[in-house]
Design a protein around this ligand. Structure first.
Ligand code: SF4
Ligand code: SF4
Length: 348
């Protein structure tokens, strides 16, 4: 810390307070920095007015040293700026208001043996203004020709973000996968499971602002039961849109619809409740009160999650509980916000 400098937290950083640990979410640069909650009063001071060396006078040397270390860490993380006038009004913070026009934002399609009627699905998802689609294939039912055909069906529709998860087979090679990306701008990721390697390839394109990724994974994807794990690597990156949604709605199921591998319409393939197989009724199903009930179970309402610093970047998965409207923390989360530690078993 420099003499006479007044340190303030940059306006794009939001303070999220937890029990043992808290976090600053940088909503402009999509990252999060955790720190012990003992530093929350210092962070609040820097958020609301500003902090200078003068404010630390009178603190015990050992505490003062720790506060200075904390400030230095935030400076290195680019989360502070120096404003030498305490009376300057703070910059306007980033708005996280959330009210998109889409009735459905994302859709999961699970495929084992049956495939859905893609034409009907496009028509229904178009009506709901669905933007993102994830197709998870547990078998070799979808090869690269079938994947190209599905992507062609969705081309020009409201779906502008497609993730494919396919099972490894002899016809899937890197050259053909790259061609798939070249041919379909909406394709953002392909993950090949049951592969002979674990690898990741970032694909950049001069024409597209988005990051696209190709992943090979040795671990097989056998069924929807593998979904719902909560660990540090699975947290979303904080953004105004994401945090705005998670503050007001369920972190994974809000405005999501899914088709299970048996063809049943549902909120998520891992939830027991289903709404029949007649895809021509998908939009009506989504608009029903019963379907939307789980959309409102936000993480701030959950027993443990409401005190967790990850609550606005975490799915708060509602599957595998006695009821998706239960206020218990996710069954597959092994994080303890009161100690700030992860149980090793499900860490990765
Ligand atoms: S609610 Fe849980 S199981 Fe369902 S899609 Fe979300 S994370 Fe997966
Ligand atoms: S599930 Fe709840 S307790 Fe676990 S990391 Fe997410 S917000 Fe925290």
């Amino acid at each position: 810390m420099k003499k006479n400098a007044i340190y303030k937290i940059v306006p794009s950083c939001e303070l999220v307070i937890g029990i043992a640990f808290s976090a600053l979410y940088d909503l402009d640069r999509f990252r999060l920095v955790r720190f012990e909650s003992a530093f929350v009063p210092i962070a609040e001071e820097m958020k609301n007015g500003g902090l200078s060396l003068k404010d630390l006078e009178g603190l015990k040397p050992i505490i003062r040293e720790k506060v200075e270390e904390f400030v230095d860490r935030l400076l290195i993380e680019d989360m502070l700026y120096v404003d030498n006038d305490l009376h300057n009004p703070p910059f306007k913070t980033v708005s996280d208001a959330w009210d998109p026009p889409n009735e459905i934002i994302n859709c999961i399609i699970d495929v084992a043996e049956k495939v859905p009627d893609w034409d009907e699905l496009v028509s229904q998802l178009e009506e709901l203004k669905c933007e993102a689609l994830q197709i998870r294939c547990y078998s070799n039912r979808i090869d690269l020709d079938a994947a190209a055909s599905i992507l062609r069906t969705f081309h020009g529709s409201s779906v502008s973000h497609v993730e494919l998860i396919l099972k490894s087979s002899n016809d899937i090679d890197e050259g053909r996968l790259r061609k798939l990306f070249d041919d379909f701008p909406a394709l953002v990721s392909v993950m090949i499971h049951s592969s002979d390697r674990n690898a990741q390839l970032e694909l950049t394109s001069d024409d597209l602002p988005i990051q696209r990724v190709l992943i090979w994974q040795k671990k097989p994807l056998l069924s929807e039961k593998q979904c719902g794990v909560v660990n540090e690597n699975m947290m979303d990156r904080p953004s105004p849109k994401l945090c705005g949604e998670k503050k007001n709605f369920q972190g994974c199921l809000n405005r999501k619809v899914s088709i299970r591998s048996d063809g049943q319409m549902c909120n998520c393939p891992s939830l027991k409740k289903n709404y029949g197989t007649n895809l021509s009724q998908l939009a009506d199903v989504v608009r029903s009160k019963s379907f939307q009930e789980v959309w409102h179970i936000k993480n701030d309402m959950l027993d443990v999650c409401k005190n967790c610093e990850f609550r606005y970047v975490c799915t708060g998965c509602r599957a595998y509980l006695e009821s998706p409207t239960s206020l218990k923390k996710p069954a597959k989360c092994r994080y303890d916000p009161t100690s700030g530690t992860w149980e090793e078993a499900l860490r990765s």
